[in-house]
Write a protein that binds this ligand. Structure first.
Ligand code: GTP
Length: 239
């Protein structure tokens, strides 16, 4: 793959774990229980994508599809300040799309093409969280097949944007604390086949001691499994 770009998570350990930061032309999924840091990493990346390349960014803008009203402008301002970026300018380069239901969420993703074609330099698309609406709307066994089909369509659109425009896609997925509940990965269909391309990264986030977090890379086609520890601070994500 040509011209793959990488965006820093703010933690060098985390970056190393996933091969040097989150990749363009790929989907990166983080999953974990509530409070494990999924939204915090989303906020961090929305800022770091704007950094110049020599600082771990892509000099780009970001689309933030917010499904649970978790986007916090004041958090962006804090992180921007930590990177010596202008908070106002940083916020202007984050295109917030609030998705009210799953159809709306699908539509938002479809519209990213138009935004990019109008000349906005989008380098990152965040979906926080991917599954919340789908889980709430498609309940019961009989609707699982339809849910998976809609979800696959949605992921396919995201993967196409990633490939066509050299964009990184970052999705969050809330799961129960119990490891045996982890089948339900949106990017990994039953049978172990990773959806779309082999370029999908999956990272399991766990809470550690004293406010620390553990990131574990799972099911990666190219990279060894491994773990790292990171922290969430007022300045954002650090080692
Ligand atoms: P849900 O959104 O609840 O599913 O969880 P999540 O995995 O997205 O968790 P999130 O990323 O929101 O992480 C929440 C944790 O981040 C909190 O428990 C805090 O430890 C930490 N956190 C959030 N905001 C701040 C902040 O401004 N400063 C610091 N130091 N920590 C913060």
């Amino acid at each position: 793959r040509k011209d793959v770009g990488r965006i820093t998570t703010g933690s060098s350990g985390f970056d190393e774990l996933i091969g040097g930061g989150i990749e363009t032309q790929s989907l990166t999924e983080v999953f974990g229980e509530f409070g494990s840091g999924k939204s915090q990493i989303s906020h961090e990346l929305a800022v770091t994508v704007q950094l110049p390349e020599d600082k771990g960014g892509l000099d780009g803008e970001c689309v933030f599809i917010d499904t649970e009203n978790t986007f916090r402008p004041e958090r962006i301002e804090q992180i921007a300040n930590a990177f010596d970026l202008d908070p106002e300018e940083t916020l202007q380069k984050i295109h917030i799309a609030r998705a009210f239901n799953s159809s709306h969420q699908i539509l938002m993703a479809d519209k990213i093409n138009e935004l990019i074609q109008s000349g906005v330099n989008i380098k990152l698309v965040i979906v926080d969280s991917l599954m919340a609406h789908f889980r709430a709307e498609y309940v019961g066994r009989e609707s699982l097949a339809v849910r998976q089909q809609k979800l696959n369509q949605h992921l396919h659109v995201l993967q196409t944007i990633a490939n066509t425009y050299n964009v990184a896609v970052f999705i969050t997925n809330q799961v129960q604390a119990r490891p045996d509940a982890f089948f339900g990965s949106p990017t990994k269909a039953i049978g172990g086949h990773v959806l779309g391309h082999a370029s999908t990264y999956r990272v399991w986030l766990k809470k550690g001691l004293a406010g620390k977090r553990i990131a574990r890379l799972v099911d990666s086609p190219h990279l060894p499994e491994g773990e790292c520890v990171f922290k969430i601070t007022n300045d954002g994500i650090i080692d």
